[in-house]
Design a protein around this ligand. Sequence first.
Ligand SMILES: Cc1ncc(COP(=O)(O)O)c(C=O)c1O
Length: 541
Amino acid sequence: MVLSKHLNTDSLLKEAQDHPNNHKRVVYSSTDHQATLPYGARYGVQPIPKYKLPSKGTDAEATYQLLHDELSLDGTPLLNLASFVHTWMPKQADQLMMENIGKNLIDQDEYPMTQVIHTRCVSILADLWHAPSREHAIGTATTGSSEAIQLGGLAMKRIWQEKRKAEGKSIHEPGPNIVMGANAQVALEKFARYFDVEARLVPISEESHYRLDPKKAMEYVDENTIGVYVILGSTYTGHYEPVKEMAELLDEYEARTGHSVPIHVDGASGGFIAPFATPKLEWDFRIPRVVSINTSGHKFGLSYVGVGWVVWRSKKFLPKDLIFELHYLGSVEYSFSLNFSRPAHPIIAQYFNFVHLGWEGYRAVALADLKNARLLSRVLEKSGLFVVLSDIHRPAESMLGSAKQAVGLGFDEENVESYVPGLPVVSFRFSDEYRQKNPDVQQRWVQTLLRARGWIVPNYELAPALQDVEILRVVVRENLSAVMIDRLVADIMEIVLDLAEKDSATRALSKISSIKTVEAHYGRLEEGSGSKYNGTYAKQC
Ligand SMILES: Cc1ncc(COP(=O)(O)O)c(C=O)c1O
């Protein structure tokens, strides 16, 4: 029987209770917004209000069990192929994090060793990204790439303002702008909106490989451009944006106009893939126009969620005005991040990886991820059911437009340098043939049906200009081994072939909409209360 949308499960449960008047020992009561406590009878625990602070506390063991059970309704991080965020570390890292879980990174005086580890991490990244001098580079840990991107953008904005003021020009009329591809992750657009900078979004196309087209980007650059955000690699398809080409065009522009426009590289994912998988690729501080780079330690930096980094090639690109000198925690400290307090353990976890894996360890993981991503791409394409939009499984020449598309004699399949550089991401859609044969099958059903088998694989539209193209996307992280890919492919194929059968059970199941909890509306915004969606990437990352 189909349940009407108007049925309220809260009131149904209230009516179905044994004795609403005698709730002294009643444990299951969702109606008064009480948490259901499965072991209440055993522990003798009273119902707990869900949306206000309980007047009395609950025994730690019972509380643990309650939350442990509720949280088991979440998806399995291991099967979350939608996310770039790393979900596993060796148990020694877990132990180290637990030992340091109470430390605050900002308390530099109290936790000097933690601070030393922070500095070492910044220095390691500056070196990895070829900063001209490790001594003069400067950087900080952040909560993730989002905070790091805000800081990179703020520094560029302040430098532009200082220059304008020195020239006696207005910083308000017209105001500053920043240029980025329309495939930009929401963090980049947030910077523009939160810090009053006009976001100039460069349309993407199939020809631009769904990412920033440097030539087109130049049409958006002027004397009020504080910088260009270049993404390594795109959240949608994993493509690296051409940093070098962008820099060369900006060099020409500077020679012509005298306006120097810096580049901030958003290396949220690529900052930890490119240096290891394709070290010869120039995208970092080897390019003088790249003034700052961010990355997420919690993506391919292989740490748990909660750590990102921003590094400036030299102190001169971080205006003093953004650095706060603090005197009240026992000594003089400097702060140039958006947060004051910050947990120290994610930074310790990052350093654990640096020591434990070293350059070779990171390279081995990156190469394995890319190899598995190539495997998945090829299987999907060979099935004839899908077209793959990401390019990391294609010969490197194909991006240069050469006719040498086919894998020919002398092609080294094992060598990562043979392929188009990019993130271990596989973006795919139904093939034209499948769509023609099954015009009524919707690609988004695959997402729902895979979820029923435990896999989390998102289906979403591309950025403006290509918003009619829907893609499914798998991020190949360390835990997605060839064995898991085998299972995943079998599930995808079975679902897609079953959907082609008009009266299959799978077709009926596709009607299940995405999973939402009944409580989703508490403390959240109503649908439609946000600003108008302008089509850029605002999906799960
Ligand atoms: C290109 C890009 N930039 C920024 C972000 C935001 O990173 P974080 O989640 O670490 O804040 C993401 C997340 O996926 C991303 O893919």
